[in-house]
Design a protein around this ligand. Structure first.
Ligand code: SF4
Length: 329
């Protein structure tokens, strides 16, 4: 089937992936491969703006790539690579920064949020983060970028930057990417309160063993109003129920919905069922992960081959960019 165009998406190397990563990004990455030519980057340079230590950068990159491949990203179709393996992105970032007013960057809500979070670490790279992100996207002549509502201002920024660059150098050198509005579900952690994330230690890793998964699931917070086994529950406020809706067959979900409301099922049993279903759903992923992981060189081969393919596209773009700027040859 002819593909509809090229998609780009990048994610910071965060190591072994969890359910939140899977439902929020990886599942969509896998699905997009049907219709688009996909370029997926592990953006290690972006990580440098906030990480305290780089000692785990390589292992985190490896683990993330391994999880992506095990989850169904197909390197024979999609380009999967590490951002820093394509140095052209740094060059384009520099040129784009010359057409970017500083005030526009400091006005972005995400920048203000980062300043609030870590006022002691407001570095130059952090301010220019959206410019590097724009370089990531346009370097590969991307047609479409899947974004959730939160990231929409960043893509709009990228589109404006492309227009400024093309206007400044009088040529339609860079392609303006289109936004693909994507519903990104907010996956709550086992605390049932906050978004699932490693830093909060409220996550369930995809590659955890069935027993580790079961133990994590049994720690999940349920309907806070349901104090005793005999109290009727409210599935609509229960995170375990939200997860059942994703991983449990529809007829069982309907049964849990009904039985919970009349205290016909207890939370312990409900969580046991969920753990079983989750483990069943994750079994093929874990099997594939073990198979690929048995030979770590294959993961690096995928990333190096991806970088080679990415560099070929990037260099073509940069030839036109340098020409448009009229840099001396
Ligand atoms: Fe949640 Fe299930 Fe307990 Fe109902 S029975 S509150 S759905 S864990």
């Amino acid at each position: 089937m002819a593909k509809k165009g090229r998609v780009f998406s990048g994610a910071r190397p965060t190591g072994r992936q969890h359910l939140g990563n899977y439902l929020g990004a990886i599942k969509n990455y896998v699905a997009l491969q049907q219709e688009f030519e996909c370029v997926y980057s592990i953006v290690d340079v972006h990580a440098l703006t906030t990480v305290e230590t780089t000692k785990d950068l390589t292992s985190n990159t490896f683990d993330m790539a391994l999880d992506w491949l095990a989850a169904g990203i197909r390197p024979e179709e999609s380009i999967v690579f590490v951002q820093s393996h394509v140095p052209q992105v740094m060059e384009l970032h520099t040129y784009l920064s010359m057409v970017t007013p500083l005030g526009k960057l400091t006005d972005l809500p995400t920048f203000k949020e980062k300043v609030r979070e870590s006022p002691e670490n407001v570095n130059y790279g952090l301010v220019g983060y959206p410019v590097l992100m724009t370089a990531d996207i346009v370097l590969y002549r991307t047609d479409v970028v899947p974004v959730g509502v939160d990231q929409a201002p960043h893509l709009e920024f990228a589109r404006e930057t492309v227009r400024s660059f093309n206007y400044r150098y009088g040529a339609a050198v860079l392609k303006e990417p289109q936004m693909k509005n994507t519903e990104i579900p907010k996956v709550l952690g086992i605390d049932g309160q906050q978004k699932m994330g490693k830093s909060l230690n409220n996550h369930i890793e995809l590659a955890a063993t069935p027993e580790e998964t079961r133990l994590r699931v049994m720690q999940m917070v349920t309907d806070p109003q349901r104090m005793r086994r005999t109290d009727p529950g409210n599935p609509e406020v229960c995170n375990v129920f939200s997860m059942h809706k994703i991983f449990t067959p529809a007829e069982d979900v309907a049964m849990i919905n009904q039985e919970c409301r009349r205290a016909g099922i207890g939370c312990v049993d409900c969580k046991k069922r969920f753990a079983e279903n989750l483990n069943q759903n994750l079994a093929p992923f874990r099997e594939k992960r073990a198979e690929i992981g048995a030979n770590p060189a294959t993961v690096w081969d995928v990333l190096h081959d991806g970088a080679k393919r990415a560099r070929a596209i990037a260099e073509e773009t940069m030839v036109s960019v340098r020409e448009a700027i009229q840099l001396p040859k």
